[in-house]
Design a protein around this ligand. Structure first.
Ligand SMILES: [Zn+2]
Length: 403
């Protein structure tokens, strides 16, 4: 068993090393943006690994790639993730899931129809939209909408996709029996609990608000305290209340973050006249998360009233949390238990390709811990042994299910 595990680790480690040169910045970080030559090179390299093992592959109209056993026809289990990265991202985000798929395919032989999916542009770093490839083929993103989505240089996402020979209105994906994804946790929960595996039961989704407090811009020396309308002082109270509201609903994995503060005019000798705050609110239970949003909106208005400020709240995006298939989660958990792998059920705070499939077919997700919870960073690190453990849980589930 130990001997086998060493071989498995070597196999997977070799695959990671085969990709090490692509999009490498030389400091341990990787820049592999979606729908670029670098992402193409990643897909090409994984396709080479697949061909070496005798598997066939094809691309769909959106440029997503599928590696499969057998003929590739009929109903199949999709084990998928992505190969693109953020700017200066890590080695494991997405890649771990694709290589886990290839591992499952390698070990399972022809007995269970499996496809390994490589979805395009999962990261939102260049065009601000996440899970593009999987959203397009599941009908959750309309090709027309891509014409209005631009990067910093003004290029549209529609232009990028079609310019590289793909379609922005691809045929929908079919034939799915179920969807499985292994991913690094990108948080510290598993590490803190010293567990090698998490079974994901839900994926949180964000509501994003711009909250703007407007007061009066005055001289910081000549204006007495009782005559001020300091927008930043009001914003400061608001920020700590945002934290308090999220904490009160933390049972549903609610989190709320003020990640952007635009203070104007931002000078030593001027009382802040206007402050715009970017607020990101997430949770796995829609009702509970929406309650936090309502509390935050109400509190912003109250603070403005108490301090004679003007206040506006603009919702810039809203998506709903996704529940993964409870039955499938239970089976994955049973499979882990049979293999003696300690694990816990947990929510995902970050979005993943899996969330696009939850409405279409039974969808399950596994997390493996990453060191210090660091991701989207050159220090991102995961134990190959834990990834191998996750792969064996998928294998155990898929082969056991067939009996
Ligand atoms: Zn990812």
């Amino acid at each position: 068993m130990q001997e086998n595990k060493r071989d498995d680790i070597e196999l997977l480690d070799g695959w990671f090393r085969a990709l090490d040169g692509i999009g490498a910045n030389g400091d341990g970080s990787f820049t592999r943006p979606g729908y670029t030559d670098t992402e193409d090179a990643m897909i090409g390299a994984v396709a080479d690994l697949a061909r070496e093992r005798g598997f066939r592959h094809y691309a769909d109209e959106a440029g997503n790639t599928f590696v499969h056993n057998g003929t590739g026809e009929g109903e199949y289990t999709l084990v998928a993730s992505h190969l693109d990265s953020v700017i200066r991202g890590g080695k494991f985000d997405g890649v771990a899931g694709v290589l886990a798929g290839l591992f499952v395919l390698t070990k399972i032989g022809e007995s269970v129809p499996v496809k390994v999916g490589i979805f395009r542009m999962e990261e939102s770093s260049t065009f601000g939209v996440a899970t593009v490839g999987s959203s397009l083929v599941t009908g959750r993103l309309n090709g027309e909408k891509l014409k209005s989505i631009r990067n910093n240089s003004g290029e549209t996402l529609y232009g990028r996709i079609t310019g590289r020979g793909h379609s922005a209105s691809p045929q929908k994906i079919g034939g799915l029996k179920e969807y499985l994804e292994l991913h690094i946790e990108q948080g510290r929960v598993l590490e803190a609990k010293k567990l090698p595996l998490g079974i994901v039961d839900s994926i949180a989704a964000p509501v994003r608000l711009w909250v703007t407090f407007t007061g009066r811009q005055d001289h910081s020396g000549a204006t007495p305290m009782e005559l001020r309308n300091d927008a930043l002082a009001g914003a400061a109270v608001f920020i700590t209340d945002v934290e308090r509201f999220a904490l009160s609903g933390s049972r549903h994995a609610n989190v709320a973050t003020v990640g952007v503060v635009k203070n104007s005019p931002n000078a030593f000798n001027v009382i802040p006249g206007e402050v715009a705050l970017g607020v990101d609110i997430r949770g796995t239970d829609r009702e509970s998360r929406n309650r936090v949003v309502r509390n935050i909106r109400r509190r912003a208005a109250d603070i403005a009233g108490e301090r004679s400020l003007a206040c506006s709240v603009n919702e810039i995006s809203k998506s709903d949390p996704v529940k993964l298939d409870a039955g499938l989660g239970k089976k994955l958990s049973d499979s882990a238990a049979r293999l003696g792998i300690p694990h816990m059920t947990m929510p995902s705070g970050a979005g993943h390709d899996a969330m696009n499939f939850a409405g279409i077919c039974p969808t399950g997700m596994l997390f493996v811990p990453c060191r210090d919870g660091i991701s989207h960073n050159r220090h991102e690190s995961a134990e190959i042994g834990n990834i191998v453990g996750g792969c064996h849980v998928l294998l155990e589930y898929l082969t056991h299910r067939k009996e």
